[in-house]
Ligand binder design. Structure first.
Ligand SMILES: NC(=O)c1ccc[n+]([C@@H]2O[C@H](COP(=O)([O-])OP(=O)(O)OC[C@H]3O[C@@H](n4cnc5c(N)ncnc54)[C@H](OP(=O)(O)O)[C@@H]3O)[C@@H](O)[C@H]2O)c1
Length: 370
């Protein structure tokens, strides 16, 4: 026995699942003991299931390579306390609910439970305080396990710098964002090369709605009144921030890294100077920054003064993929300030967020005993 928390990965063969397997290799808190995917992969070893489709730059960890892939049925993961899910959204909802009902802690990348009024939607370098709502979820839903979700990958890139601005200068009124999203964001094999090489596709199904809605939940607070009143129904545990967001999402021929071009209007009458905005990004510290977490970035936001950055090829791995790089901070002729933000879509934008959320939860005693 390693003494580590035993973990199952659902959707382990996909882009997000592979990133989980890579990031947990040698992790001090967590040990992957079970992997699940579709019936197409079930019954094969993990190495066989991802043959020709392993897209990480490091080899498959030997212990995982030899594991037999299961279907994602809750009955197959009885040894696991914690489940990381990189499941396709077409199946994630019911499967994740079944695992929580079986007493497991589920941290999901899928959209299915993000709008649930009792499920935390957490970017670890933004709103880790929301994670404590899992206790309310268990109590009010009478389930032994719980579900936590992380955000859409482009929402993640944008919301970290927005949080820094909100923390330094108070409420934001309006945000306009145009995204340039990498092909790995669509899973494997993703957009056909004939459609994406030398091209920009100005539509990603459902993406704009996710960014416009998720930002308010993430930047908002936690509602304690319903729990205090003994409400056992579905009254929301969260108070949404009223910021209004308008998004245009595009797919571009980049392998990893989502870029967001963001314009912000503050709610205050006198907006901060550009120098103050840049300093707020540099000074930003998140809730959990002081914890000794294995995958915590030194800086949640890395600011670049190079007028030609951030660029996915040069900056996507900042903070081992857990930082957002912000540059091109300048005045906006319509709103107050605009900037460009970049994050790694399968690390901070997906598996890395899940892992950092789990590390924070372990440090705060929310994962129980290994
Ligand atoms: N890629 C990103 O940057 C990113 C970022 C944030 C969130 N997300 C979300 O994360 C989830 C996974 O994304 P991805 O990019 O990793 O997708 P992906 O590469 O298409 O992988 C999907 C995974 O789901 C499994 N799966 C498909 N149908 C299944 C079924 N009927 N039963 C059980 N497992 C099934 C697949 O298994 P097989 O290999 O056996 O088919 C595979 O492991 C999605 O909900 C996505 O929206 C992705």
């Amino acid at each position: 026995m390693s003494g580590k928390i035993r973990v199952g990965v659902l959707g382990a063969t996909g882009m997000v699942g592979q990133r989980f397997i890579q990031l947990m290799d040698g992790h001090p808190y967590f040990e992957v003991v079970a992997v699940g995917a579709s019936p197409r992969s079930a019954g094969k070893t993990y190495a066989e299931a991802v043959a020709g489709a392993w897209k990480m730059t490091t080899p498959i960890p030997a212990a995982v390579a030899a594991m037999i892939v299961a279907t994602c049925d809750a009955a197959h993961f009885v040894d696991c306390r914690l489940i990381f899910s990189g499941l396709d959204a077409s199946v994630a909802g019911a499967i994740e609910t079944a695992h929580a009902a079986a007493g497991r802690y589920v941290i999901s990348n899928s959209k299915n439970h993000r709008r649930d009024p009792l499920v935390p939607l957490v970017v670890p370098t933004v709103n880790a305080a929301h994670l404590a709502v899992v206790a309310q979820q268990q109590q009010r839903r009478a389930t032994p396990g719980w579900i936590v979700t992380n955000a859409n990958c482009s929402t993640t890139a944008m919301v970290v710098p927005l949080k820094a601005l909100q923390a330094a200068f108070g409420p934001l009124r309006r945000v306009m964002v145009t995204t340039l999203q990498a092909i790995s964001g669509g899973g494997y094999p993703g957009v056909p090369s004939m459609d994406i090489l030398g091209n920009v596709v100005p539509y990603i199904s459902g993406e704009e709605e996710k960014i416009e809605w998720e930002t308010g939940k993430i930047l908002g607070g936690v509602e304690t009144a319903a729990a205090a009143a003994g409400d056992d129904g579905d009254a929301s545990a969260f108070v949404h921030d009223p910021v209004r967001v308008s998004a245009t999402c595009t797919r571009v021929p980049v392998v990893d890294g989502h870029t967001c071009c963001v314009s912000v209007e503050f709610a205050c009458d006198t907006p901060p100077s550009l120098a103050a905005v840049a300093q707020a990004f540099r000074d930003y510290r998140f809730d959990g920054q002081d914890l000794a977490l294995p995958t915590k970035p030194q800086h949640a936001i890395v600011v670049t003064d190079d007028p030609a950055r951030p660029q996915p090829r040069l900056d996507v791995d900042a903070g081992n993929g857990q930082s957002v790089t912000v540059g091109r901070i300048r005045e906006c002729s319509l709103f107050h300030v605009k900037f460009v933000a970049l994050c790694h879509n399968t690390i901070l934008g997906a598996a890395g967020s899940s892992l950092l959320n789990a590390e924070i939860m372990k440090e705060r005693g929310l994962l129980g005993r290994a």
